[in-house]
Design a binder for this molecule. Structure first.
Ligand code: S3P
Length: 449
């Protein structure tokens, strides 16, 4: 399919005119924090509510630009949504009238920077009599969509993508057959897309996983009245299924909390507490890894359903390098940039392997972190599927580049706290893709005396 002229330039953080930010070093990083609502859970809650019959109320919905993309795409499909900014997040009400109320949009759907929006909604659309084109910003237009097109085509949907497997992605949905799918690469987005498509296929649709990925979809489906089928290494749904409206409070984003935790661990004498944060094992594995690095960390679960939620406390620590093996990667996939910063301050060598997926995230995160850490004075060995680096006591002040990627911007922002002078970062506004206000919060917690 020929790529249409891009239309999301203004909304795209990668295209906004860069406004560099000066980042000052800090002696310590301290405070009690709440982080914005979890991005992964927010996307899923909104999509399930939009597919449901009956009203849903989502409190603490993520204010992230990515989640705003999901809401605006759902609106363009005809779903009635009200979103009001409230204390501690966004209150979203969705007046679900079932998938039969969704309409073919008049124009291409702008998913902005959000791979989750594009991949998950492709799955939701596949079983509906709708023709829709999903498009996005320059970063999203480079990301692989064959992994979604393959199973959705096998179920009977027509899915067109560019020859090189990238967006725009045009879905012509219709009657689907159920599928048993084993993704070639572990991916919760692919799992979710297939399960959402499975809701409208007659029969059982299963996704098999070699390595468990985040399980938010499986946890939320029962809340919306849909039974989840389980077998060893596989989850499924039995279609056609009819979700019903639900109420859900979204906990703080575990991946956002990771940056604050690493900021505390890497500055001696710091103490940080993060409240009401998601502690799902498929997302909080970074805590175990940081503890293995010698991090002085504790956390506790306060409530379990539908997601484990609790607190994290982190203190300045003497970290040491470790090996982060392939089996751990799926549960750490978004936290590798933050873990690289912990490694940069650790004594000895850290080696990350089996993380080739990071090359097809919002940026090539292995290359972007290797560049940033090298500029900060570290000897970094970039490998096809990982990085190896030896930590240092003090990092060198540098001009840093976010590569238009929110997690790279935040990771380098945290690293800059340990520099021997002011750093600059080219595009700090990118953090708003998952964590609006991140750099102001980093500044609030920084102690200079
Ligand atoms: C996500 C899954 C991961 C992750 C992304 C969010 C999700 O992507 O990197 O930030 O919410 O399911 P993959 O499924 O491509 O690994």
């Amino acid at each position: 399919m020929v790529k249409a002229r891009r239309f999301s330039e203004l909304a795209s953080c990668t295209m906004r005119r860069a406004m560099a930010r000066i980042l000052l070093p800090a002696a310590r990083f301290e405070g009690r924090f709440r982080v914005p609502g979890d991005k992964s859970v927010s996307h899923r809650a909104a999509i399930l509510a939009a597919l449901a019959h009956g009203p849903s109320r989502i409190t603490g919905f993520s204010p992230a630009a990515d989640c705003a993309s999901t809401l605006s795409v759902l609106r363009a499909l005809g779903v009635p949504i009200t979103a009001v900014d409230a204390d501690g997040g966004r209150d979203v009400e969705i007046d679900g009238r079932g998938p039969e109320s969704w309409r073919s949009p008049a124009a291409a759907l702008d998913c902005g920077n959000s791979g989750s929006t594009m991949r998950m909604l492709a799955g939701a659309l596949a079983g509906l009599p709708i023709v829709a084109t999903l498009d996005g910003d320059a970063s999203l237009r480079r990301r692989p969509m064959g992994r979604i097109a393959l199973p959705l085509r096998a179920m009977g949907a027509t899915v067109e993508i560019a020859e090189d497997g990238t967006p725009p992605l045009r879905v012509s949905g219709g009657a689907l057959r159920p599928l048993r799918h084993r993704p070639a690469v572990p991916s919760a987005q692919v799992k979710t897309a297939v399960l959402l498509a499975g809701l409208s296929a007659a029969g059982e649709t299963w996704v098999e996983e070699d390595a468990a990925t985040r399980d938010h979809t499986e946890r939320l489906l029962p809340l919306f009245g849909v039974e989840v089928l389980r077998a060893a290494g596989a989850v499924g749904v039995s279609g056609p299924a009819r979700p019903v409206g639900a109420k859900i409070a979204i906990p703080g984003d575990a991946s956002s909390a990771a940056f604050l935790v690493v900021a505390a661990l890497t500055r001696p004498g710091s103490v940080v507490r993060v409240e009401r944060v998601l502690l799902n094992r498929g997302r909080a594995a970074f805590l175990e890894v940081l503890r293995r690095m010698g991090g002085d960390l504790s956390w506790g679960v306060e409530s379990e359903s539908p997601e484990p939620v609790g607190w994290i406390e982190a203190r300045g620590s003497r970290l040491h390098g470790i090996g982060i093996e392939p089996a751990l990667i799926p549960a750490l996939i978004d936290e590798i940039p933050a873990l690289c910063v912990a490694a940069a301050r650790a004594v000895g060598r850290t080696e990350i392997t089996g993380a080739g997926e990071l090359r097809v995230k919002e940026s090539d995160r292995l290359a972007a972190m290797a560049e940033g850490l090298s500029r900060l004075g570290l000897a970094v060995e970039e490998r096809p599927d990982g990085l190896a680096l030896d930590g240092r006591e003090t990092l060198r002040a540098a001009e840093l580049r976010a590569h238009g990627d929110h997690r790279i911007a935040m990771a380098l922002g945290v690293a800059a706290l340990s520099a021997d002078g002011p750093c600059s970062l080219d595009a700090p506004e990118c953090a708003a893709v998952s964590f609006p206000g991140f750099f102001d919060l980093l500044e609030r917690g920084a102690r200079r005396g």
